[in-house]
Ligand binder design. Structure first.
Ligand code: 2PG
Ligand code: MG
Length: 432
């Protein structure tokens, strides 16, 4: 019998892709197995996300994480000593109880998630399994053979590009691809052609936070036109082979029912924004729209879902914040048909899985998602495959912290061999 009881919990400050401090935890078990995880950080965060504990003060713009690190090495390490890392649900219950608040406001979700995830890695290592298989055989209970449809950013925007354009993510998906590897090949060509197109338009200004080309456009719609042109230049049929996915991230420019499109110097109400998005759906091969309305507009979300939810996937990110109760509330209101799953929005693995289970019960699709501030940590790839979620959003097809994840999925696809199944277009929320 392997000894999967926790022997040691360590924390250290490491740095994310924006050069900001973040939390890494390392969990060692009685049998010597070791697991390690790093927590990412958002920029366009939902107000209902669990708390990311930062120190404040002057160092690193107030973003240091010494208090979170101290919680990991102090209270959390003491409480988890001797706990069985192979029982993730019990371990996460212990973290939740120790924190004692609804949104991890005492210990910090960055402290709790780092340990929750590192413990899963340690348990997997002890079992001699890659994390996705460990998750499949324990938490998720699935076969862990489903490769996700990648959602890959081509142009960045919103909070990730100095609000140069209002829409945050202009992404592609590949409904015509027959494997994960092929979807990456197709996206690589589209990303390359989009870069060439930007160079032809004028000076190329590099990339935004998640690696998408810097959005040097006069209107939001110009980005959509440039995206279709890139898909065509790469030799693919827009819509059938390569289609468009957007993250509007509307909470960033809308509140109290008013939406200000800064780039275009105009303000819309919720119905005006819905109309605009419906027009885009008519004109462009869009199959997925995330956060079309602000997080406080459940009603608007429901109206948009009624109008468009049969034709496109309607994804709730800031609206649902990876929380099972929020998913249930939205489902009851008929808002959205897909949940975005970001473990650091809740602070433990088990609560993130609960959100996915609530989504499945409601007939929603799911997308496991990275944050705009990322690292080399590839855990989310394993979550997507281990839980059979079917879609994965990681940012662009550039920058090491993004490519580390796409490449990890390629390794898993190869290792699975004939057992690998590609989720394809059936994974979309409106296909269900
Ligand atoms: C989002 C994410 C990733 P952030 O809104 O979906 O694109 O951004 O991590 O800044 O919240
Ligand atoms: Mg989002």
């Amino acid at each position: 019998m392997k000894d999967t009881r926790i022997r040691q919990v360590l924390a250290r400050r490491v740095w994310d892709s924006r050069g900001r401090p973040t939390v890494e935890a390392e969990v060692t078990l009685g049998d010597g197995a070791l697991g390690r995880a790093i927590v990412p950080a958002g920029a366009s965060t939902g107000t209902r996300e669990a708390l990311e504990l930062r120190d404040g003060g002057s160092a690193f713009g107030g973003l240091d994480v010494q208090r979170a690190l101290a919680h990991v090495q102090g209270e959390i390490a003491a409480a988890l000593a001797g706990c069985d890392a192979a029982d993730q649900a019990a371990l996460d219950r212990c973290l939740i109880a120790l924190d004692g608040t609804p949104d991890k406001t005492r210990l910090g979700a960055n402290a709790t998630l780092a340990v929750s995830l590192a413990a899963a890695h340690a348990a997997a290592a002890s079992a001699g399994l890659p994390l996705y298989r460990w998750l499949g055989s324990t938490l998720g209970g699935g076969p862990a053979t489903l490769l996700p449809m990648p959602q890959i950013q081509i142009f960045g925007g919103g909070a990730h590009a100095g609000r140069r354009v209002d829409i945050q993510d202009f992404m592609v998906v590949c409904p015509g691809a027959t494997s994960f590897a092929q979807a990456l090949e197709w996206t690589a060509e589209v990303y390359r052609c989009a870069g060439l197109g930007m160079r032809r338009r004028g000076p190329l200004h590099g990339v935004a936070d998640e690696g998408g080309w810097w959005p040097d456009f006069d209107t939001n719609e110009q980005a959509l036109q440039a995206l279709v042109a890139a898909i065509e230049e790469a030799g693919f049929a827009p819509g059938a082979q390569v289609a468009i996915a957007l993250d509007v991230a509307a909470s960033e420019f809308g509140r109290d029912g008013r939406y200000r499109l800064g780039l275009e110097g105009r303000e819309l109400d919720a119905d005006g924004l819905i109309e605009l998005l419906l027009r885009w759906i008519e004109r462009y091969p869009i199959v997925s729209i995330e956060d079309p309305l602000a997080e406080d507009d459940l009603d608007g979300f429901a109206r948009f879902t009624r109008a468009a939810g049969r034709r496109v996937q309607v994804v709730g990110d800031d609206l649902l914040v990876s929380q099972a109760a929020r998913v249930q509330e939205a489902a009851a209101a008929g808002a959205a048909n897909c949940v975005l799953l970001k473990p650091n929005q809740r602070g433990t693995l088990t609560e993130t899985l609960d959100a996915w289970r609530a989504a499945q019960a409601a007939g929603y699709a799911g997308i496991v998602s990275a944050r705009s501030g990322e690292t080399e940590d590839t855990s989310i790839v394993h979550l997507a495959i281990g839980w059979g979620v079917g879609q994965l959003k990681v940012g662009a097809f550039a920058r090491g912290e993004r490519m580390a994840k796409w490449n990890e999925a390629l390794r898993i696809e190869q290792r699975l061999g004939a057992a690998a199944r590609f989720a394809g277009a059936a994974a979309f929320g409106h296909s269900r």
